[in-house]
Design a protein around this ligand. Structure first.
Ligand SMILES: [Zn+2]
Length: 417
């Protein structure tokens, strides 16, 4: 870490806060389980509120459950410069996913306050509600809400105890009235830019031995469900040449999905089959149908769609050869998002002024920033994490790397207020 970075950012305070926040919902030695709108989430919001206040911000919770700290500038009418991420976790998650973006943002504001920096624009730090989406089946609730993309089905979604998201919000903190949500939707004129710092959750930076990277774009996923129908039969009596076995056909399709994705020379296209189910599911029964998932991502929408077409062709031809019926159904489709060229430039200026080598990279995972891009110029900073592990108690990021990312945020914020 350069001296310049350690003289700007109070790394000890930042890291101590990260470890203190990790005690709320602590699981085992290093795990954290802080499901959204739970009592742990409530306690975490309370603690983060106290740090926001210490950094000179006034704090509120909006009608989507987003925790927002705000420090006014000289002109209240100027658009807000916003930094944000999330403090909810997946079950048995880690200490750094989301939290470094929120606490790093608070550190930026506290640093500005302590350096007596006079600024014109207001600054806000946001801890978005329900980024992870594990409790109510779909995530990014707070950021989708903030840009006006929440529908009544999002409010009706239920957790495993049958409690709806609307009910959970109503009993969270002082009670969140999501029916008043229109009041919390932000307009493009109201937000000057949005920045998110996040652990990389992949091996790119570690492989290059670099602490931080600048994100160029976020790959959008398309999710599909593939169903293959064949004919059930006795494993002992149906000869091999008379079978219409959908599971053997699925195996061939899955291998072809891998081959199609591996042909992409840029390495940004990734395809995964993570779940498969055979019916009726007996060890001595040839299945009559098989269903498996598909997750396909790229930062280039056209490339992703071409790959999906090729997968569809492959399913059709394998099914034809084997006398099976195959159906690919698209269940979710999110377009890839590009970060703002101006923000990328600003991040590059910031990193060179700090003496940091920060490569351009893409994000394979979705983030709240992806939605904020719909209303404002968006940029992201990635911080190296150990072995690329995330959503796991083994998640780890070095203090120096988090401090470097935070210094970079600080440089860009300072240039834009
Ligand atoms: Zn995250």
């Amino acid at each position: 870490m350069t001296n310049k970075i350690s003289s700007i950012i109070n790394g000890t305070r930042l890291f101590e806060r990260l470890m203190e926040l990790a005690k709320i919902g602590k699981k085992g030695d290093t795990g954290v389980e802080r499901l959204v709108l739970s009592s742990e989430d409530d306690k975490a919001q309370e603690l983060v509120t106290s740090w926001m206040e210490e950094a000179g911000m006034s704090v509120r919770v909006d009608h989507f459950g987003n925790l927002i700290g705000r420090k006014e500038g000289r002109d209240k009418n100027l658009p807000t410069v916003m930094i944000g991420s999330h403090i909810d976790t997946v079950p048995n998650g880690g200490r750094f996913d989301g939290t470094i973006g929120v606490l790093g943002g608070i550190e930026v504001v506290q640093t500005l306050k302590e350096a007596n920096v006079v600024h014109d624009n207001p600054i806000e730090v946001v801890a978005f509600c329900d980024e992870e989406g594990t409790r109510f089946a779909d995530g990014f609730f707070g950021s989708r809400g903030m840009i006006g993309h929440v529908e009544s089905k999002d409010l009706e979604a239920k957790d495993e105890n049958g409690l709806s998201r609307e009910e959970a919000l109503a009993s969270f903190r002082e009670g969140i009235d999501v029916q008043r949500r229109d009041e919390s939707i932000r307009k493009p004129d109201d937000v000057k830019l949005f920045l998110e710092m996040h652990i990389e959750q992949g091996p790119f930076l570690e492989k290059r031995d670099l602490p931080v990277g600048i994100v160029e774009g976020i790959a959008g996923p398309v999710w599909g469900k593939v169903q293959k129908i064949g004919e059930a039969g006795h494993a002992g009596t149906v000869p091999m040449n008379m079978r219409r076995d959908p599971l053997a056909g699925a195996a061939e399709v899955i291998a072809s999905i891998e081959a199609i994705c591996k042909q992409d020379t840029t390495g940004t296209l990734v395809g995964t089959v993570g779940k498969i189910e055979a019916h009726p599911g007996g060890r001595n029964v040839i299945p009559d149908s098989v269903e498996f998932s598909l997750d396909l991502r790229d930062v280039d929408l056209q490339k992703r769609e071409n790959a999906l077409n090729r997968i569809e062709e492959s399913i059709a031809s394998i099914c034809k050869d084997r006398g099976l019926t195959g159906i690919l159904e698209r269940t979710l489709s999110i377009d890839p998002v590009l970060c703002s060229g101006q923000i990328i430039e600003s991040l590059q200026e910031g990193s060179s002024s700090l003496g940091l080598e920060a490569p351009l990279m893409i994000s394979g995972a979705g983030h709240d920033a992806m939605f904020m891009e719909k209303i404002t110029r968006m940029g992201m900073v990635f911080v190296r994490c150990k072995n690329g592990i995330s959503h796991n108690p083994a998640e780890w990021a070095e203090k120096e790397d988090i401090v470097a990312g935070t210094a970079l945020l600080y440089e860009v914020i300072r240039r834009n207020i």
